[in-house]
Design a protein around this ligand. Structure first.
Ligand SMILES: Nc1nc2c(c(=O)[nH]1)N[C@H]1C(S)=C(S)[C@@H](COP(=O)(O)O)O[C@H]1N2
Ligand SMILES: [Mo]
Length: 419
């Protein structure tokens, strides 16, 4: 078992590097052999309970995305098809349980430490007794859509299309309520909260997966220490028994297997906070700014989802005929302002029309939209563009937001349908 209370990894590995395959990939060292192995192993063999149709990006790390033809069939994305992302290989002490079943972790314990009134350990039973709330939120990898940046220059890492996301119902204890009830009372100087799970890198130089949040961030008002996903205990592979969920925030900010909350004056020096999962402060071109040039001064973490829409229907697989079709899809943002319009085009952006948006289940859930259009014989360029009440919208040219780690793709969505 992985009980690690005596000496927490944060103190062991202050200034680690991004470990494993991610680092190897960014230096272009992925051997052809590893690639071949991926193709042979299906998602269902890598993670017990996943459907074999999942698109595997990295077998060793259990990274896989959902084909849209599956994703669009469910309102709440079931565990069997929800995308998965992990950073440390399934081996040795850092091992994750490769299953969608609930984890067997009776020894689980949450350590709350740092600038709080009284550092303490909290058991699963303690948490389960507290009042719980439900929050439906899109969970999306910051790398979702990374493959589309290849039109400018290919970015190292999993070549995600649109399936690195899902719409999930989470249930758990509100974070701020938890701090109050547990009489933790973080000090005024505790500007940052850092969260970590029990997984850790295979080598000592590696950084632990630690993420930090600013205590004044209004998104923390909605954060929960989640115990359930879609009404069941959180599956082992999706971060059970307890996962920190910040609705509307990119996947990496939703720490799985949560075992440690640290209140401190500074954010974590972990490479996953200070170097990885960040966006440059200004537009950058390939070659101008490298994947290892990020600092906490020239870039910002991938916090809330940038506004985005995805076309679910028709997809090329649907082979629609010429004539009237219904165009359907979803849109979402960080939940901080309502989505006010989704425009669609069926002629490559020459003409646009408003889609109808159904009321969402929550501010962070995906919003369904529909519109009618005519498909002509030949090639049809379908496009969709969402805008919110703050005027935030999707760039026509998503490549303008090209960045060396390939995050936050939100270019106007395009689907080519040949009739
Ligand atoms: N402890 C831990 N939490 C983690 C990660 C991880 O490797 N370890 N990966 C993060 C990233 S980058 C993403 S996109 C999401 C993926 O969540 P999922 O696998 O449940 O879909 O988990 C996040 N939380
Ligand atoms: Mo991610």
């Amino acid at each position: 078992m992985h009980k690690r209370t005596s000496q927490h990894p944060i103190s062991r590995r202050q200034f680690g590097v991004l470990a494993g395959t991610a680092a190897a990939m960014s230096s272009g060292m992925v051997p052809g052999i590893a690639r071949l192995a991926l193709a042979e192993e299906s998602a269902a063999q890598i993670i017990q309970g996943k459907v074999p149709e999942m698109i595997v990006h990295n077998a060793k790390l259990g990274v896989m995305e959902t084909p849209l033809v599956l994703l669009r069939q469910y309102e709440h994305t079931p565990k069997e098809i929800l995308f998965n992302r992990l950073h440390f290989a399934h081996e040795g002490a850092s091992s994750w349980e490769a299953t969608t079943a609930a984890p067997e972790r009776k020894d689980w314990n949450l350590r709350v430490d740092g600038l709080v009134q009284r550092p303490r350990d909290v058991s699963l039973a303690d948490l389960a007794k507290m009042d719980q709330v439900k929050r439906v939120s899109v969970l999306q990898c910051a790398g979702n859509g990374r493959s589309f940046y290849a039109a400018k220059q290919k970015v190292a890492g999993g070549q995600w299309k649109n399936g690195g996301m899902g719409n999930v119902e989470w249930e758990g204890v509100p974070l701020r309520q938890f701090l109050a009830d547990m009489k933790l009372e973080p000090a005024a100087s505790a500007h940052w909260l850092t969260a970590e799970g029990w997984d850790h890198p295979p080598t000592p130089e590696g950084s632990d997966f630690a993420k930090s949040y600013h205590m004044a961030d209004p998104a923390l008002d909605n954060a929960i220490l989640a115990l359930k996903m879609n009404g069941e205990p959180i599956p082992a592979i999706h971060g059970g028994p307890v996962r920190l969920i910040i609705p509307g925030f990119y996947g990496n900010m939703n720490v799985k297997f949560l075992t440690y909350l640290l209140f401190a004056a500074e954010q974590s020096p972990s490479a996953f906070q200070s170097l990885g999962y960040r966006m440059p402060n200004r537009p950058v071109e390939p070659g101008q700014f490298g994947a290892n040039d990020y600092t906490i001064y020239n870039s910002v973490p991938t916090y809330g989802h940038t506004i985005k829409s995805v076309i679910f229907s028709p997809l090329p697989e649907d082979k629609p005929k010429a004539g009237a079709v219904e165009i359907k899809g979803v849109a979402f943002n960080d939940g901080m302002a309502p989505i006010t319009s989704v425009e669609i085009s069926a002629d490559g952006g020459k003409t646009w029309q408003e889609a109808e948006i159904a009321p969402p289940e929550s501010p962070w859930a995906w919003h369904h939209w529909t519109a009618k259009a005519n498909l002509a014989a030949g090639t049809n360029q379908l496009m969709s563009r969402a805008t919110d009440a703050l005027g935030r919208t999707q760039p026509i040219d998503g490549l303008a937001r090209w960045n060396p780690r390939g995050y936050e793709w939100n270019g106007v969505e395009r689907v080519e349908i040949v009739v």
